[in-house]
Design a protein around this ligand. Structure first.
Ligand code: PRX
Length: 651
């Protein structure tokens, strides 16, 4: 991640091409009008969007009920997410979409499935009936722990159809992490698969579920999709095969008329403590936010083939693989496997094969492909592409330019979209037919989004300058709370400034009002676009019998953005060596998942601390990234500790 000086030296600008603007869903004029309206009254802007883009069973009595920090949107209205994603595309003027591809899926081994809207509707109704038959009622939590297969989208939509909030746990998380999430949400049912395919091999999921459910007393049923045909244990009375249950179920299931504020899903994300936060999203506001942003920012047309490469286990997959695209009646591509299997051109071959026109991915992937060489994308016809997007972390201008030139053939606008699990949908982004872009900048807040930059004292930074990124007014897709922990919700997001949402990111605004996101300013790392709390990795490390104490920091990494570095004080009886390094990395993978595995482990006899016992992370960050230790170190408890760490650094 280049620092702010080098970013701000970036002077290249890219105006929307007139051909693009002419056909855009939102051109300069509409965007300017919406901006004006959103500035004056976010409520009026979002109400207009809610009317235009979402179908409601009954109208709201009030657009926004704001009792800080608790917001309710579209109060009293009734709707259903699966109705918006499916049924409305099968009726009236839209009925022609019955036979349009909703999901284009490709498995890693090369098997494919194309599911039309009419078929998807049937499958979703069927699975909603399976859930009901297993005793799932409105409000019950259902956990989805699955590979990237169509059944995951089917299960999500089935949950929304009956009003059972889902909690999706990314398939890379360990049994321990899954168990904690099951228990926190008190999930009653788990949907999983025997496994999935990655890097040319089958990985298992069911055994992980078995281990987790062992210590998750609320779970009384597990439904298993057959994907890899690996042998799995099916416990009679608790475990059921997806295909057997589906064969018995009817395709008739009316969508529940749900309150706009009915819980839609919980998604766990890392924070500054060891315990992940269950971010709660609700129905009407979230749907309005993702449907509107998807239409405006991705400029979706019925002819488009849209592909977002995120795993559905993360918020990007929820909002922009499934809900945003399907609510717009779009064709969304899902790919099961690794980007580079069987060869480094797999993604590019997928774009060519399916004629992808809109492509949304993460800077870490772009940087990986830059390193792999231009010959791989150049070997494929990428001329179907017309729009590109990025998300998850700041994109360095070099990667942006490569993406623009090599993937976009210099003709595709790039939308750099800033948002978070908590915001539900995109908050800051260019509108491709209306906004001039600058490589490395997410450009301007979406209409109706009141983003600002504040200094430590809470004053808005006027003109050019940097500070903390905040949102001054509620927005429809905003999190409604942390599951079971309202106090943490208030403290984490609303405790720093009054009635203002604190995002946890640092940002800079330039003379033209463009936002340049600098990344996390708290103890959360962004590794390959995924959030991992330093405390989570620390608690995993200290749960090992080998470890007395541990401190974890991030250091800049060319590919993953941030790499995890752990400073570990072993127990006195333990010999610090390479074997221990391997064992500890493995231990973290087991406790959390491979995504949290430290890139580097350094041993030290003691950790540098302030007099009050706080670990001096800034200092460790400097050491980890090989920088000179800067700043005031007079509060060090033990000066020799610092010297020792530096010595080991020089080894
Ligand atoms: O630091 C910001 C970074 O990702 C964080 C949110 O992570 P998560 O909740 O996992 O959601 C990621 C996908 C929406 C933010 O606080 N981030 C996200 N998008 C960008 C970004 N940083 C810079 N530029 C972006 N476009």
């Amino acid at each position: 991640m280049p620092d702010i000086e080098s970013l701000l030296k970036e002077k290249r600008t890219f105006k929307p091409a007139p051909e693009f603007s002419r056909q855009a869903n939102w051109n300069k004029k509409t965007t300017a009008e919406y901006r004006k309206l959103g500035e004056k009254s976010p409520e009026r802007f979002w109400a207009k969007m809610a009317k235009e883009n979402v179908s409601w069973f009954s109208p709201w009595k009030k657009v926004l009920d704001w009792k800080p920090p608790f917001a309710k949107w579209f109060v009293g209205a009734k709707t259903n997410v699966s109705y918006n994603c499916l049924d409305r595309h099968l009726e009236g003027d839209n009925a022609w979409r019955r036979n349009k591809a909703a999901i284009v899926w490709e498995g890693e081994p090369g098997d494919t499935r194309v599911i039309t809207y009419a078929e998807l509707h049937k499958e979703v109704c069927r699975f909603a009936n399976v859930l009901k038959a297993k005793g799932i009622k409105k409000g019950d939590r259902v956990c989805l722990y699955m590979p990237m297969i169509p059944e995951l989208a089917i299960a999500m939509l089935a949950c929304t159809r009956i009003g059972a909030p889902h909690s999706i746990v990314f398939g890379g998380f360990s049994a321990e992490a899954l168990r904690d999430r099951l228990n926190d949400a008190e999930a009653k049912l788990v949907v999983t698969a025997d496994g999935g395919f990655r890097k040319g091999a089958a990985f298992g999921l069911k055994a992980t579920v078995d281990a987790a459910v062992e210590a998750a007393p609320h779970v009384d049923a597990v439904i298993v999709v057959e994907r890899t045909k690996q042998p799995v244990e099916i416990r009679p009375g608790r475990d059921f095969w997806w295909h057997e249950e589906m064969a018995k179920a009817s395709t008739d299931c009316k969508p529940a008329k749900l309150d706009a504020e009915h819980p839609l899903f919980i998604l766990y994300t890392s924070g500054t403590t060891g315990k992940p936060k269950g971010i709660l999203h609700t129905t009407g506001g979230y749907l309005t936010h993702v449907t509107t942003t998807f239409k405006a920012i991705f400029d979706i047309k019925d002819e488009d083939v849209y592909w977002c490469t995120a795993d559905i286990g993360w918020i990007t997959g929820h909002s922009y693989v499934v809900y945003g695209p399907l609510a717009n009646g779009a064709t969304t591509v899902m790919y099961e496997g690794t980007p580079t299997h069987p060869g480094p051109d797999r993604w590019w071959s997928l774009i060519e094969k399916w004629g992808v026109s809109i492509f949304y991915t993460a800077p870490t992937a772009i940087r990986t492909f830059i390193r792999l060489g231009d010959e791989h994308p150049k070997a494929h016809d990428l001329s179907s592409l017309r729009l590109l997007g990025t998300v998850g972390e700041p994109i360095n201008p070099e990667a942006w330019i490569w993406y623009h030139n090599v993937i976009g053939g210099k003709r595709c606008p790039i939308v750099d979209t800033w948002w978070q699990t908590e915001t539900g949908g995109i908050m800051i982004s260019s509108i491709p037919g209306a906004v001039e872009t600058k490589p490395g900048s997410a450009t301007l807040p979406f209409p109706g989004v009141h983003a600002d930059i504040l200094d430590e004292g809470g004053k808005s930074v006027k003109g050019e300058g940097g500070g903390f990124l905040v949102l001054r007014h509620p927005w429809p897709g905003m999190l409604r709370g942390i599951w079971g922990d309202p106090k943490r919700f208030e403290e984490t997001y609303w405790g720093k400034y009054e009635n203002t949402y604190f995002a946890g990111d640092g940002a800079h605004r330039d003379k033209k009002g463009y936002f340049w996101i600098m990344g996390r300013i708290d103890d959360v790392m962004n590794v390959s676009g995924h959030r991992i709390g330093t405390m989570e990795v620390e608690s995993a490390l200290v749960s090992s019998p080998d470890v007395a104490e541990a401190a974890v920091v991030g250091r800049p990494d060319e590919i993953t953005g941030t790499a995890i570095v752990a400073f570990v004080t072993p127990r006195s009886s333990v010999h610090p060596d390479e074997v221990l390094v391997g064992r500890l990395k493995q231990h973290v993978s087991k406790e959390i998942g491979a995504i949290a595995r430290p890139a580097e482990i350094r041993f030290t006899n003691a950790l540098p601390k302030t007099r009050s016992g706080k670990i001096m992370r800034r200092l460790l960050r400097d050491i980890a990234s090989g920088r000179e230790v800067a700043g005031d170190t007079s509060t060090l408890e033990d000066f020799s500790v610092l010297a020792k760490l530096r010595e080991s650094d020089e080894d």
